[in-house]
Design a protein around this ligand. Structure first.
Ligand code: HAM
Length: 425
């Protein structure tokens, strides 16, 4: 136990961190280009927020939350997703008083007690965007287009966009009734969770992971067939925009997302051929959520992707991420005096914005050059007793092994000029 991480969690190792930096940089850059500002909310919230926001009868709330009571006897939950916390913060900080829409993005860990497998973890990372304050269908399409823009910049291929409308409080009750009629004589064969959902929220039965429930719901009336005029028009406009953006999509009348807050537009983006956890992102419109969480009646639309799943898909599709050299200069010093000189030089180079590394284990010159090679540095500075006597060091260009002597007091400016000052800042 002491040396084993909890099931479903990952250590992101130094060898992999450059991939994360790369991905996070792309996400932040794209978010900025589309006008989203970063919001950082706590990793835990009052449990009630998710019960109300995500929905009492969803798998997330019923089975997957990490909920605990703190020392003050409050029920808190590690956030399973980012939309409800964003909405809570939007209301609490009165962002609705600003000119709308408010476009926010977040990036951070989420927690779900899910059955772990490749691409599905109990602690995972999401990047999400939420555009609050407009019900323009063009915005729905833009959120989908933004997601596709992200994937294309990352080099992902073979993606499909599944689009649906899950209706609104006008047309939902009609669907609910039809669904109950359809399932009435099958109720006893549903899983115990879905039997409980039958009266409370039959739509959720369509999203059940149990094979038996999936068989029983085959051929059930789809919400998309029972949409009211407004919802139908909205869906048509979203499609018009997507076509104008040149984004291929499939209408999937059976698409039901795993969260209760959706109204009208719901979508999921999947990568073909990466196995069971193929959903690389999903989202939709949530026009009632803000009011339901105690705020004004303001609409919203958003989307989130899982970073682990994106990295896995990139790997499976053979997309390589360029890795940076760990250091630019290595200082190989031999003997006590030279080591002191080398340590001071490393400090000065770092302060000039270069990435400098040195030996701390009193290794031989050969071993130090090997270490420099491993770090893939551009230059190695060699300082030994002889060099100190001549007040100079040898600078070795690691590309062609050419060495030249440089006076100690010229080393900093020499290297800064060669490497390009601050190029790693
Ligand atoms: P979601 O579909 O539950 O939506 O999650 C979005 C994405 O997070 C998924 O497509 C997947 O890539 C990733 N993901 C979900 N669960 C896991 C897991 N256990 N392990 C690894 N990755 C996972 C939401 O969370 C909504 N809040 C999205 C949204 C934002 N809707 C409107 N605004």
């Amino acid at each position: 136990m002491l040396t084993t991480k909890p099931r479903g969690t990952n250590d992101i190792m130094p060898a992999d961190i450059s991939k994360w930096y790369y991905l996070e940089n792309v996400l932040r850059r794209v978010a900025k280009q589309y006008g989203y500002s970063e919001l950082r909310t706590p990793v835990f919230e009052h449990t009630e927020l998710f019960q109300r926001g995500v929905g009492e009868t969803t798998d997330i709330v019923e089975k997957e939350m990490y909920t605990f009571t703190d020392r003050g006897n409050r029920s808190l939950t590690l956030r399973p997703e980012g939309t409800a916390p964003t909405v809570r913060s939007f209301i609490e900080n009165k962002l609705y008083a600003d000119p709308q829409p408010t476009k926010l993005f977040y990036l951070g860990p989420m927690f779900r007690y899910d059955r772990p497998q490749a691409g599905r973890y109990r602690q995972f990372h999401q990047f999400g965007v939420e555009a609050i304050g407009s019900c323009d269908p063009g915005l729905d399409a833009e959120v989908i287009a933004m997601a596709m823009d992200i994937y294309s910049r990352l080099g992902l291929k073979d993606l499909t966009v599944q689009l649906n409308s899950v209706g609104c409080p006008q047309c939902r009750p009609v669907h609910r009734e039809e669904l109950q009629k359809f399932l009435a004589d099958k109720k006893d064969r549903l899983c115990p969770t879905c039997q409980g959902r039958f009266d409370k929220n039959p739509l959720r039965i369509l999203d059940c992971k149990s094979k038996e429930c999936q068989n029983l719901t085959a051929g059930a009336p789809a919400i998309a067939e029972l949409l009211c005029d407004d919802c139908r028009k909205h869906l048509t406009k979203v499609q018009d925009y997507l076509q104008a953006f040149g984004i291929p999509f499939h209408l999937d009348p059976n698409l039901v997302r795993g969260l209760d807050y959706y109204t009208q537009t719901a979508f999921e983006i999947a990568a073909r051929g990466i196995g069971a956890q193929s959903s690389v992102g999903g989202g939709g419109r949530y026009d009632g959520l803000i009011e339901q969480c105690g705020g004004p009646a303001i609409p919203g639309i958003g989307y989130a992707l899982g970073l682990e799943r994106i990295l896995l898909t990139m790997e499976q599709q053979g997309i390589t991420i360029p890795t940076e050299a760990k250091a630019q200069v290595f200082i190989a010093a031999l003997g006590e005096k030279a080591q002191l000189q080398g340590a001071v030089l490393a400090q000065k180079l770092r302060q000039k914005g270069l990435v400098a590394e040195r030996d701390y284990l009193d290794k031989s010159l050969k071993a130090q050059l090997k270490a420099a090679d491993r770090l893939r540095v551009q230059y190695t500075v060699i300082i030994g007793e002889d060099e100190l006597k001549n007040k100079q060091a040898l600078v070795r260009d690691m590309n062609d092994s050419a060495q030249i002597g440089v006076l100690l007091d010229k080393l900093e400016s020499y290297l800064a000029e060669k490497i390009g000052r601050g190029s790693n800042e």
